[in-house]
Design a binder for this molecule. Structure first.
Ligand SMILES: Nc1ncnc2c1ncn2[C@@H]1O[C@H](COP(=O)(O)OP(=O)(O)OP(=O)(O)O)[C@@H](O)[C@H]1O
Length: 321
């Protein structure tokens, strides 16, 4: 559905050149749901704008829905839907009319535009809001209307640029339910950008991690997390002395790494270890055998933030508080 090779975009800003996208290779198969994850300024939107023909690449190639973005941009546009960061819907129209007009703009006849408008309003739970002016919709309804607008011509491929930014957690969850239903119904391939870690983790089947204009990791969330060696095990003890003794015991576990004493009110020990859940009983036995009493113990699987941290030395959370 998408194939890019060495896709590059440079911007001239005064005398400077901003290398927004530096040679990206992306392959997306039909039916996939792929998230581009990265910090602000990583190049996600620029990539999306090239794939949707809104921006001409500086170099490299991109074939989207079977057509080259440079040679046949109009053909690409007919085959894709794009929901940008801003609102696509007009201000003074009613939601239903807006969607219907969009259908006509795409060249649908009146009957088809009407039928699809009704179908999409129903699917996105907007039927009750069809006669409301676009400005009077809630944030979540408006976002769903934007998505409906991107789908009215039934494109096999839909691009969503930060679809859930600005929505409250309930509306975000609701939006994802709707996206899942759309895929089940139409089999639409979806490529989206996000800087929400949990969203990429839970919703996407595949995550492309982008940083400084490059794809630095590509895989399912589980595969990416599997590349971060080890779970994080943290246990707290009564005092610094017990922590030092506990750390010495933890060091002896075969795959333990980065063992460190965490000082503070809750003195404890933190370490990375393969299969943290499986080695926990052994660790607990050893600590108990040495008379070290634990107050708490916790095993955390790696997160996508750990993936980003491992790859870049930076946390995505720091950049997207
Ligand atoms: N039209 C432009 N002119 C100059 N520089 C630009 C332009 N568009 C983007 N950039 C720069 O290119 C880089 C990548 O920006 P881009 O918007 O693609 O990042 P992003 O990953 O989508 O971030 P965000 O999450 O903030 O949207 C940034 O350094 C940005 O300042």
């Amino acid at each position: 559905m998408i194939r890019t090779r060495d896709l590059t975009k440079h911007f001239r800003v005064g005398r400077e050149t901003v290398e927004a996208v530096r040679g990206i290779d992306i392959d997306v198969a039909a039916g996939e749901l792929v998230a581009l994850l990265g910090p602000n300024g990583a190049g996600k939107s620029t990539t999306l704008r090239m794939l949707t023909t809104l921006l001409e690449p500086t170099s490299g190639t991109a074939v989207v829905a079977g057509r080259d973005v440079r040679a046949e941009p109009a053909e690409v546009r007919r085959r894709i839907g794009f929901v940008g960061q801003g609102h696509g819907a007009g201000e003074d129209q009613r939601a239903g009319e807006e969607l219907y007009t969009q259908g006509l703009l795409y060249g649908l006849d009146r009957a088809t535009a009407g039928a699809r408008t009704a179908e999409l309003l129903d699917m996105l739970e907007l039927s009750g809001a069809a006669d409301r002016e676009v400005t009077k919709l809630s944030g979540g309804q408006r976002r769903r209307l934007d998505i409906a607008m991107g789908l009215i011509h039934r494109p096999p491929l839909l691009f969503l640029d930060e679809p859930s930014t600005g929505l409250d957690p309930h509306s975000r969850a609701n939006l994802w339910d709707h996206i899942a239903r759309l895929r089940a119904e139409f089999g639409t391939t979806i490529v989206l950008t996000t800087h929400y870690l949990d969203e990429a983790d839970e919703a996407a089947e595949r995550v492309l991690v982008i940083d400084h204009g490059r794809v630095i990791a590509d895989g399912t969330a589980d595969e990416l997390k599997g590349g971060v060696s080890g779970d994080l095990v943290t246990f707290t003890v009564a005092d610094a002395e017990a922590a030092a003794a506990g750390a010495a015991i933890a060091e002896k576990l075969p795959t333990a790494r980065e063992v460190e004493v965490v000082p503070g009110r809750e003195t404890g020990v933190r370490l990375r270890i393969e299969r943290g859940d499986a080695v926990l009983p052994e660790l607990l036995r050893s600590l108990d055998g040495s008379g070290i009493a634990l107050t708490t113990v916790r095993v955390q699987r790696p997160t996508l933030d750990d993936v980003f941290l491992t790859l870049t030395g930076r946390s995505l959370r720091e950049e997207n508080p």
